[in-house]
Design a protein around this ligand. Structure first.
Ligand SMILES: Cc1cc2nc3c(=O)[nH]c(=O)nc-3n(C[C@H](O)[C@H](O)[C@H](O)COP(=O)(O)OP(=O)(O)OC[C@H]3O[C@@H](n4cnc5c(N)ncnc54)[C@H](O)[C@@H]3O)c2cc1C
Ligand code: FES
Length: 514
């Protein structure tokens, strides 16, 4: 999260010649003391705040698609006409300004407020959102934004409520972000929205015939519409010693706090698992000055998910920062101060973090008789097999529009967008969910941006120069581009996402030629 950019570029209140604007290319300037982008789109001129409301990304370096502007950092999407945050991970709107034209100049006028929406008809008599994570939090905000005025209850097992989970393995764990960055919203935000929060009281049962949820304290809550967004839980390997107190997993703020406390009192950490969470934890603990050994079952970190070239690259980035890898190896036993590997090697470690994947929290859905198949199966409107029950986020197995298959994906922005989509569907405003999956992963100063979805591929093309941190990696199956990773090419990642949205493979090929 960066400070808002210091206003630079022309004074847009004084105005700029219209002929100096290029269609669809944001012009960075300032108005009323804040950074603003002025965008010409056909016959229209738009002016919105230039700083992304997620982590402060520079929208002037983003991409204009039709009448939206997208952030180059993590692909948030805003409506240029209103400033509305229409695509997570940004949840707050941009300031939006009027634009007047006179004497061949465009001048930015006063700030406009976003028109409030009113739901036609009454909407559901009550909505319960079960799971106060990415999908659940985005859903409750979307419900109010769409004008739903009825009762909303947000149930969460995990204090303090919705948190910025991706940060838990990055800046917060590394000690470079304060804890007050972690809650997604202050409590007063939900009070102002009129959302009842029941945080720290997990739901224990779901009755889809009576339409009610039972909580751990035996209370029951009736719902008219229910969103299941219980996410996923970290897997613990069943090796001797896996439940010792110095062995941690990372999902919640409490988990992150426990790792930080343990790191303060030790010099050596072992990370079991060489995928995203394990590697991000390794980077964060290196930044805290710990010696770090990473144990990975595969021959290369991330090789299964990202292929050989990226696996080698990510490995080299971590090695440059002093991480030691122990690959094609698994732990045989964990003891106080030690991890023994199946190849006989013994590593000293007073702190062990297991990052070996997650499993969807589907117990409630299964017990309630919903259709579950490694995730709660939903249709394109995020509806489950039970009437009035929707699911979103890490637990949802949904029909991916381009692949034509049911998939379950564990990405932050996708979970939020599915929560938003489910909210609209619960109000009868649903559209088939078509967003292109996107995630990012940060390793020191290297960020990988991944668009699309490729569980299996038969060809990988690397373009550019990974060592120079300027590359595009395309994953194809039967010649079709399924997913693209970029390193140091943020705007290109947005262009590829827009092409994938349109299923325009020729454009993806053209964009990924060099
Ligand atoms: C440390 C970490 C870093 C990550 N970094 C990235 C990243 O950089 N980029 C990216 O794209 N993705 C990242 N992810 C993945 C991303 O956070 C998840 O995909 C996303 O949080 C899924 O959202 P969700 O709403 O489905 O689940 P969650 O955010 O996990 O929320 C589910 C909530 O439901 C609650 N719950 C569960 N059971 C019950 C119950 N019975 N009653 C009440 N509440 C319940 C849980 O306590 C939890 O708060 C990261 C994940 C972790 C753990
Ligand atoms: S900073 Fe804009 S999406 Fe993250």
């Amino acid at each position: 999260m960066s400070e808002p950019a210091v206003p630079s570029g022309p004074d847009l209140v004084a105005g700029v010649p219209i002929e100096s604007l290029l269609d669809g290319i944001p012009l960075l300037g300032h108005a009323h003391g804040e950074p603003v982008v002025l965008v010409e789109r056909g016959a229209d001129l738009f002016a919105v705040g230039a700083t992304c409301t997620h982590y402060g990304g520079p929208l002037a370096e983003g991409l204009v698609v039709e009448s939206t502007i997208r952030c180059p950092w993590h692909h948030a999407c805003f409506d240029l006409r209103t400033g509305e945050a229409t695509g997570a991970p940004a949840l707050s709107d941009l300031p939006c300004f009027g634009v007047v034209t006179r004497d061949g100049h465009a001048r930015v006028g006063d700030k406009r407020s976003l028109p409030s929406r009113k739901l036609s008809g009454q909407g559901p008599s009550s909505i319960v959102v079960l799971g106060a994570g990415a999908a659940g939090a985005a859903a409750v905000e979307a419900l109010r934004r769409e004008g739903y005025g009825g009762p909303i209850t947000l149930i969460g097992a995990e204090p303090p409520g919705p948190v910025d989970r991706p940060n838990l393995s990055k800046d917060y764990l590394a000690g470079t972000a304060p804890e007050d960055w972690i809650p997604l919203r202050p409590d007063s935000f939900y009070d102002d929205l009129g959302v009842t929060r029941l945080i720290g009281t997990p739901a224990t049962a779901l009755d889809t015939t009576r339409r009610q949820v039972t909580l751990a304290d035996r209370r029951t809550l009736a719902y008219d519409r229910l969103l299941l967004a219980t996410g996923a839980e970290p897997v613990r390997l069943s090796v001797p010693g896996a439940d010792l107190p110095h062995v941690h997993v990372l999902r919640s703020l409490a988990d992150a706090r426990a790792i930080i406390a343990a790191a303060a009192g030790t010099r050596r950490a072992a990370i079991i698992g060489s995928s995203f969470i394990g590697l991000e934890v390794a980077a964060a603990l290196r930044q805290r000055g710990l010696e770090v050994d990473v144990i990975g079952r595969d021959a290369l970190p991330l090789g299964r998910v990202l292929g050989e070239a990226l696996g080698r690259f990510v490995k080299s980035v971590h090695e440059e920062h002093g991480v030691r890898f122990h690959l094609s190896a698994s732990p045989r036993a964990i003891r106080p101060g030690q991890v023994e590997l199946d190849n006989g090697e013994v590593l000293a470690a007073d702190l062990v973090v297991m990052g070996v994947g997650v499993r969807p929290r589907t117990a409630l859905a299964e017990a309630a008789g919903l259709r579950v198949q490694d995730g709660v199966v939903v249709d394109a409107l995020m509806q489950t097999s039970a009437p009035g029950v929707f699911a979103a986020g890490d637990i949802a197995r949904y029909p991916e529009a381009r692949l034509g298959e049911l998939v379950r994906i564990e990405h932050w922005a996708l979970a939020e967008r599915q929560g938003q989509a489910a909210a609209r569907a619960m109000l009868g405003l649903g559209r088939a969910f078509r967003d292109v999956p996107f995630f990012w992963s940060a390793h020191y100063d290297v960020t990988l941006s991944y668009v699309g979805h490729a569980r299996q591929w038969d060809a990988v093309d690397v373009r550019g120069d990974l060592a120079a941190r300027d590359a595009t990696i395309v994953f194809r199956r039967a010649g079709a581009p399924l997913a693209v990773v970029t390193v140091g090419r943020d705007r290109l990642s947005l262009e590829i996402e827009a092409a994938l949205e349109r299923n325009d493979h020729a454009r993806v090929e053209a964009l990924t030629r060099s």
